[in-house]
Write a protein that binds this ligand. Structure first.
Ligand code: 5GP
Length: 210
């Protein structure tokens, strides 16, 4: 049963390459914060480990989890399936842990629509400029150029979902972006004042999409 000592759910989404995964990792170092580890049918990258970055599964296993109703949310992203299983998340929240989700806008929508009895705070992370985003993606996918190109094409569609999030933060500098998110989470948890300029963000998105 949910209670006031429960943890909160914190979702970070962004177009690929905006630096969200690094931010989630940094936030998870705070006391009482834990990352929700997703299942995916994507193949692991060279630096990724099973049970740490993802639970890497095949299509049949993923389908079985869907059939058994184990997912809190799942979605197809860039031709692979990604999903969050419900039990580990609820267990963490019930123990008072704040759970960080690095998931896309489809997953964020699904969790929002579930209207669980746990507090939910959603963040959308934007890159400072299109050029910076392109550079980050090209560096990440050096040997898989077509993947970088595919993700860049997806950017203009993904960015439009910013409007459905509680907060949008520009990742111009990792440290200051991290501090802004941390302060907003703390303000939300403690019902303090929140410093967020939606008009400024709207103009920034316009610049990113012309
Ligand atoms: P990547 O393949 O680069 O690790 O992740 C691709 C995208 O899938 C990212 O936007 C990431 O946030 C998203 N993603 C990762 N795990 C999940 C998940 O469990 N559910 C959903 N809906 N998206 C996820």
């Amino acid at each position: 049963m949910p209670s006031k000592n429960d943890g909160v759910m914190i979702i970070l989404s962004s177009p690929s390459g905006a630096g969200k995964t690094t931010l989630v990792k940094e936030l998870s170092k705070l006391e009482n914060y834990e990352i929700s580890i997703s299942h995916t049918t994507r193949k692991p990258r060279s630096y990724e480990h099973n049970d740490e970055h993802y639970f890497f599964v095949n299509d049949n296993d993923f389908q079985r989890l869907i059939n058994n109703g184990e997912f809190l949310e799942y979605a197809k992203v860039f031709n692979n399936f990604y999903g969050t299983t419900r039990t580990p998340v609820i267990d963490k929240l019930n123990k008072g842990k704040h759970v960080l989700f690095d998931i896309d806008w489809q997953g964020a929508d699904q969790i929002k629509n579930k209207k669980l009895d746990y507090k939910l705070i959603t963040f959308f992370i934007l890159p400072p400029t299109k050029e910076v985003l392109f550079e980050r993606l090209s560096k990440r996918h050096v040997s898989e150029k077509f993947i970088a190109e595919e993700r860049i094409k997806q950017f203009e569609r993904d960015v439009l979902h910013w409007i459905n999030y509680d907060y949008v933060v520009i990742n111009d500098n990792l440290e200051s972006c991290y501090s802004r998110i941390k302060n907003l989470i703390e303000a939300e948890i403690n019902n303090g004042s929140k410093d967020y300029d939606e008009k400024y963000i709207r103009k920034h998105v316009e610049k990113l999409t012309i």
